[in-house]
Write a protein that binds this ligand. Structure first.
Ligand code: NAP
Ligand code: ZN
Length: 353
């Protein structure tokens, strides 16, 4: 066992505080990682505050993990000490069901083990995530990072925000000749703009924040629509092949379904704590439109996305924070004031924690 320094919440209403626990030593199939940076996902906030219910405490969030390998088990063949690696939202799954065999571990029929808020497959223990200085993960769930080391902090958000937008963009075949909308320009949305642009689509950003207009163009949008402007929305009616909706709060889905053309799809990746008002079925039947959902992405496609980003020099736009500033960062996230992902410098975790 090795002592791990972390930050945890002890209940849905208590603030983050230093927390110390033991992680297992690397077993034969494990990779031990010294965590350097961890991105801050809105799912961390939903979970820490038990907005989705079912949070187990103490809760150590964080599933956008990057760091350096410090030890590997005897049976590990793909990694060695000193390698730069990442860990995303999953640390285990059954690896034998149809979904796992298809490389879609996020849809594991037994249920994957989340990087935080477990439970583990063997003992059912709670898992603790990346707001901590080390982690031990089985080899199959460790990703290789090919970006230069100087970009490591900005690579961290690719492990969730990157793959959660990449997977649906690829599944719904976004590319040249396709008109694609990205709704909500936060952590996920800004990666959606970069990736859809790199895949060659015509990209339209939808934002409630007028001050993000210029940024959205720089991030890869060809056009920006302030979604509170009904006239600007109407100008795009019936014109989209695909819309990716990343918004973390309930809102009017009809406003976007109307923008899809015949056979178009809007895929939801944002998971608000409260349900959206039900959309009008007329908007679906009149043009055979689809409303869909998508969960993160499989390990193989996460590696594909990381390699694509390394090749195209794509990283996240980040604001680095110290661990002790996490509450303030959550407060800003709730005000849509993230430009465009907070990343924790893990070196700032208090040794006394
Ligand atoms: P985020 O950084 O807070 O971004 C969300 C964005 O949504 C905001 O920046 C804002 O963009 C927009 N927004 C917020 N409140 C709104 C409102 N009331 N009406 C309209 N727009 C609003 O969050 P994130 O980390 O990108 O995560 C987004 C959601 O995806 C969360 O619910 C998270 O849990 C979920 N998620 C899902 C998966 C999955 O696998 N499906 C994976 C990761 C995260 P503008 O300022 O541009 O309007
Ligand atoms: Zn996430």
């Amino acid at each position: 066992m090795s002592t791990t320094h972390a930050y945890a919440v002890q209940s849905a209403t208590s603030p983050f505080e230093p927390f110390r626990f033991d992680r297992r030593e690397a077993g034969p199939n494990d990779v031990a990682i010294a965590i350097r940076y961890c991105g801050v996902c809105h799912s961390d906030l939903h979970t820490a505050r038990s907005e989705w219910g079912g949070t187990r405490y103490p809760c150590v969030p964080g599933h956008e993990i990057v760091g350096e390998v410090t030890a590997v088990g005897d049976a590990v063949s793909r990694f060695k000490t000193g390698d730069l690696v990442g860990v995303g939202c999953m640390v285990d799954s059954c690896l034998t069901c149809d979904a796992c065999r298809d490389g879609l571990e996020q849809y594991c029929e037994v249920g994957f083990t989340g990087t935080y808020n477990g439970p583990t497959q063997d003992t059912g223990d709670n898992t603790y995530g990346g707001y901590s200085d080390r982690i031990v993960v089985r080899e199959e769930f460790v990703l290789r990072i090919r970006h230069g080391e100087e970009r490591l902090a900005a690579v961290a958000p690719l492990l969730c925000a990157g793959i959660t937008t990449w997977s649906p963009l690829r599944h719904w075949k976004v590319g040249p000749g396709k008109k694609v909308g990205i709704v909500g320009i936060g952590g996920l949305g800004h990666m959606g703009l970069k990736l859809a642009d790199a895949l060659g689509a015509h990209v339209v950003a939808f934002t409630t924040s007028r001050d993000k207009e210029r940024d959205a163009l720089a991030l890869g949008a060809d056009e920006v629509v302030v979604s509170r402007d009904a006239g600007a929305m109407e100008a795009h009616a019936g014109s989209f092949d695909f819309i990716l909706n990343t918004v973390a709060a309930p809102h009017d889905l009809d406003a976007y379904l109307r923008l899809l053309k015949r056979d178009g799809t809007m895929t939801m990746v944002g998971v608000p704590a409260e349900p959206h008002p039900s959309p009008s079925i007329f908007n679906l039947v009149l043009k055979r439109r689809s409303l869909a959902g998508s969960l993160i992405g499989g390990i193989e496609e996460t590696q594909e996305m990381l390699d694509f980003c390394a090749e195209h020099d794509i990283v996240s736009d980040i604001e680095m924070i110290a661990m002790r500033d996490i509450e303030e960062a959550y407060g800003r996230m709730l005000k849509s004031d993230v430009k465009y992902r907070f990343v924790i410098d893990i070196a700032t975790i208090d040794e006394k924690g």
